[in-house]
Design a protein around this ligand. Structure first.
Ligand code: PMP
Length: 370
């Protein structure tokens, strides 16, 4: 039972398909990894992966560019301001955790080499440096229509804080283009893609292995990107070449195809979301039903359905919890080193039965040690 935060569990069906196809891909006598990225065999996989992202994410290819790039979301933290935050422009960052902080910090480095001005429009950081919620609309100090963009993180992976799980915590309403880091909840639930102008995410949590990053941009955004930065960093270049400007991570993209193919066969985003909510509920119920032995710091309306975080009364008990859980075949439960505690990452491929087993282990542990 793999509760790793990413790279994370992949659907067994996607891995089995890879095993079956590994040595002789579709009768070609070799693996997909060995095919040219310019050949017909690979191109079919590439196009299928692109179409699956577009279809499931709700970013139709007549209005959006859906790109596969490398370098992870961390590279996007730099590449987005390089493309869209030119001299004289302003971008607003809504910071709800460590990843939003990093995105903002990287935009500042771009400013130092000739970019525009990144501003923090809101931060929900508390005095003890923790984050437990997203801001309300009336807390946002936005530049308004003149801003180059507004940046948000839909799910803060370390803190377990997520937007728009219900009507109380919607994504910000903004006049400027809205850019979202969806690394840890992309396709984990249905969101209206139309409210965004750029959506980006590393694949390694919900939709594939590490090494592939998805960037979906409305075509107007792609066109708006700076032309005076190196060619390879312009999203325009990647878009004009259908993510084949240079050699893409072909095997990773192939595995994204397998993973999204599995998702579609499972009933698509709605079916996955229903299951994800059930998975999260099993664990939150164990926390809330523990009489205070387990404590989730996150405000209920922002409690992530992808990364469930909680504390035990002491660090020693937390250590014992992780150790005993591992003996029951549940791995990856140690909280991020920046915050401590426990974290269960329950992305799309994590099974409901694992979450139920974890909840039952939690009840038992609380009885014995509480
Ligand atoms: N943003 C979020 C929300 C993340 O969870 C992560 C990775 N944990 C990143 C960005 C950085 O991603 P990468 O390691 O792919 O650069």
């Amino acid at each position: 039972m793999n509760f790793n935060a990413g790279p994370a569990a992949l659907p067994l069906a996607a891995l089995e398909r890879a095993r079956e196809e590994l040595l002789d891909f579709e009768g070609s006598g070799m693996s997909i990894m060995e095919h040219s990225h310019r050949g017909k065999v690979y191109e079919k996989v590439h196009d299928e992966a692109t179409s699956l992202v577009a279809e499931l994410l709700g970013t139709p290819l007549d209005a959006w560019d859906v790109l596969f790039v490398q370098g992870g979301a961390s590279t996007a933290f730099a590449q987005i301001p390089m493309n869209f935050l030119g001299p004289g422009a302003t971008a607003d960052f809504v910071v709800t955790g460590a990843w939003g902080e990093k995105a903002f910090a990287e935009a500042r480095t771009v400013k130092a080499i000739g970019g525009g001005e990144p501003r923090v429009a809101a931060s929900t950081k508390r005095d003890d440096k923790s984050y437990v919620r997203v801001p309300r609309q009336d807390e946002l100090a936005l530049t308004g229509e003149g801003a180059a963009y507004v940046h948000v993180t839909s799910n803060e992976t370390i803190h377990g804080v997520e937007y728009a799980l219900g009507p109380e915590t919607p994504f910000p309403k903004v006049e400027a283009p809205l850019i979202v880091d969806m690394s840890s909840d992309i396709l984990g639930r249905r969101v209206d893609a139309a409210q965004f102008d750029v959506i980006y995410a590393g694949a390694q949590k919900n939709i594939g292995p590490s090494g592939v990053t998805i960037v979906a941009l409305k075509k107007e955004m792609t066109a708006r990107g700076r032309r005076d930065i190196p060619t390879v960093f312009q999203y325009r270049t990647v878009a004009e070449n259908r993510s084949l400007y240079n050699t893409p991570p072909t095997f990773g993209i192939y595995l994204v195809r397998n993973t999204l193919g599995w998702m579609k066969a499972e009933g698509g985003v709605d079916a996955i979301e229903a299951r994800n909510r059930k998975k999260a509920k099993a664990i939150y119920d164990a926390i809330d039903g523990s009489g205070g032995f387990y404590r989730c710091p996150v405000e209920p309306a922002c409690r992530s359905i992808m990364n469930v975080v909680w504390r035990l009364p002491t660090p020693e008990l937390e250590e014992a919890f992780v150790k005993e859980a591992a003996a029951e075949a549940m791995i990856g439960l140690k909280g991020h080193r920046a915050v401590g505690g426990i974290r269960a990452s329950i992305y799309n491929a994590a099974e409901l039965s694992w979450c139920e087993a974890l909840a039952s282990f939690m009840n038992d542990f609380a009885k014995r040690r509480g």
